[in-house]
Design a binder for this molecule. Structure first.
Ligand code: ZN
Length: 506
């Protein structure tokens, strides 16, 4: 389980962006064309490890930069940029001063149209990436993967009305999180700068799979024979997970008005290892060729976990990081439930993973008993405390509420309530609000629970809480052992169904 534990720890936090503010209209007028920021990305078939980029725009400031990342390299993403030049409409060269940290200063007058051009060498695999190459850029036999941050130079500005046109070999196509512009084969409209910075795309001969629910679209880009062979399986998994989350929440994701998205992409390629990264509303995954059941489990878990963040994280989010245990832990709970719902987990494997993965990580975390799970900044150093601990809080509270209400209420109501209240707004919930809502759901003041296990450092007696359902759970020799009760009453049976995520609409 070591690899699994390590990889799960890499699952990243989604930080909602609130710095973008406008919606673009796909309708062109003369003035829009005049103010349009136009990127053209050219990838040559004979040398697909080189991308040539040009941008035509009117600079409103002199600063050019690339989005954060690649912190291990002194020049950040600029390490891979070469032949950067700018020319005005008369063909005169405009000097560019290179600054540190993937920034440049343009020696031009402002608000005059110019064209910036440069090349990006796709050598990223020659360097070490703490989050994995899946968050940077790489080439495969069937195409190339880039993140917006690894490819695109930006002007320090609040751009809207951006187009990105890809000129690629004739048998290639391009998958991006943006809307296609109807008149171009691979030309896309990007609503704002955040959508550029948080993007990822794949250009090549990969296969695409699209699922639509209301105005939300989930697009998969699948590359490599082994991955394409599982296309139907990915489709069933994604549909099952998507529909489960929609039924639970009542609708497709409803993000802040400042960060509207209608499309998420999941890029999955066959590789020599299994890894995953989430950027913005998109997921990049590599799955080890012939990786076996564990690799399969990790990839499904990562997908279902990151995908739930489109609600719990993107549609409603905390006002500060003392509720990371809720955001990550409750997301883990619904990840397990969704994978049970689609049949990827059964009773035995669900209960087994509670011990073999989550309890083991929890038990091994040296923060247990020392630091409180409200220390959200510690979530990467203390995965067990915050991701597993948060899951145990979710299970414990679910059992408390179900028992107190004869299984009429449960933690679904908390998630649903937060979504109804905060979805589509710029407001967030607080730690106090979670405590109050949980107290209200069970009709029992949860201050002591919070003081002990959330604000405090006591170990959660997860075995006792699981045993409130039709389960006999005990902690023995460093393991969480869970068996079915020999005899259980109807409430206990229903509580167990609730644990597995069987929605009974009570
Ligand atoms: Zn997460």
């Amino acid at each position: 389980m070591k690899t699994y534990a390590h990889l799960m720890a890499l699952i990243l936090l989604i930080t909602p962006f609130n710095n973008a503010n406008a919606h673009a209209d796909c309708h062109y007028s003369e003035s829009l064309i005049d103010n349009n920021i136009a990127y053209v990305v050219t990838i040559d078939k004979n040398n697909h490890r080189l991308a040539t980029v040009s941008i035509t725009f009117k600079p409103e400031t002199n600063l050019l930069y690339m989005a954060p990342g690649a912190n291990q390299l002194p020049d950040r993403w600029a390490t891979f940029v070469q032949n950067l030049k700018a020319t005005d409409t008369k063909g005169n060269t405009i000097p560019i001063e290179e600054l540190s940290g993937a920034k440049w200063k343009l020696q031009s007058s402002l608000n005059e149209k110019l064209t910036l051009s440069y090349e990006v060498k796709l050598d990223h695999e020659d360097y070490k990436w703490s989050g994995g190459i899946d968050g940077a850029a790489y080439a495969t036999d069937w195409g190339v993967f880039y993140t917006g941050r690894s490819l695109l130079i930006l002007n320090d500005n609040d751009w809207t009305n951006i187009t990105v046109d890809f000129i690629v070999p004739s048998d290639w196509h391009v998958t991006t999180p943006w809307d296609l512009v109807k008149d171009g084969a691979n030309k896309f409209m990007v609503i704002n700068q955040t959508a550029l910075m948080e993007s990822m795309f794949f250009a090549g001969t990969h296969e695409e799979l699209s699922l639509k629910r209301d105005d939300f679209e989930l697009v998969f880009a699948l590359g490599g024979d082994e991955i394409i062979a599982q296309k139907e399986e990915f489709k069933n998994l994604a549909e099952g997970v998507l529909d489960y989350y929609i039924e639970l929440m009542g609708s497709v994701p409803n993000p802040s008005p400042d960060n509207k998205f209608k499309k998420s992409i999941v890029i999955i390629n066959s590789s020599t290892l299994t890894d995953g990264e989430q950027i913005g509303n998109n997921i990049s995954m590599l799955i080890e060729k012939n990786g076996g059941p564990m690799s399969k489990m990790i990839s499904r878990f990562m997908f279902a976990h990151e995908f739930f963040h489109l609600w719990n994280g993107k549609s409603f989010w905390p006002t500060n990081n003392d509720t990371e245990w809720f955001k990550e832990g409750f997301t883990n709970y619904y990840t397990l439930k969704s994978l049970y719902h689609v049949g990827f987990l059964d009773d035995a494997s669900y209960l087994d993973i509670l011990n073999s993965f989550f309890f083991q990580r929890y038990n091994a975390d040296n923060g247990i008993g020392k630091i409180a799970m409200t220390n959200g900044a510690e979530k990467h150093n203390h995965w067990g405390l915050i991701y597993s601990g948060g899951l145990f809080v979710a299970i414990s509270q679910d059992m408390i509420i179900r028992k107190a209400t004869n299984n009429n209420k449960n933690v679904d109501h908390l998630l649903n309530g937060l979504f109804q209240k905060y979805g589509g707004t710029n407001d967030g919930y607080s730690l106090d609000e979670l405590r109050e809502s949980l107290s209200e759901l069970s009709g029992k003041d949860q201050s002591e629970f919070f003081n002990s296990y959330i604000n405090g450092t006591k170990r959660i007696p997860i075995d006792s809480y699981l045993s409130m359902a039709a389960l006999d759970a005990k902690i023995e020799n460093g393991a969480l052992k869970i068996e079915r009760k020999k005899s259980a009453n109807l409430l206990e049976e229903n509580m167990t169904k609730g644990l597995f995520g069987i929605i009974d609409n009570n």
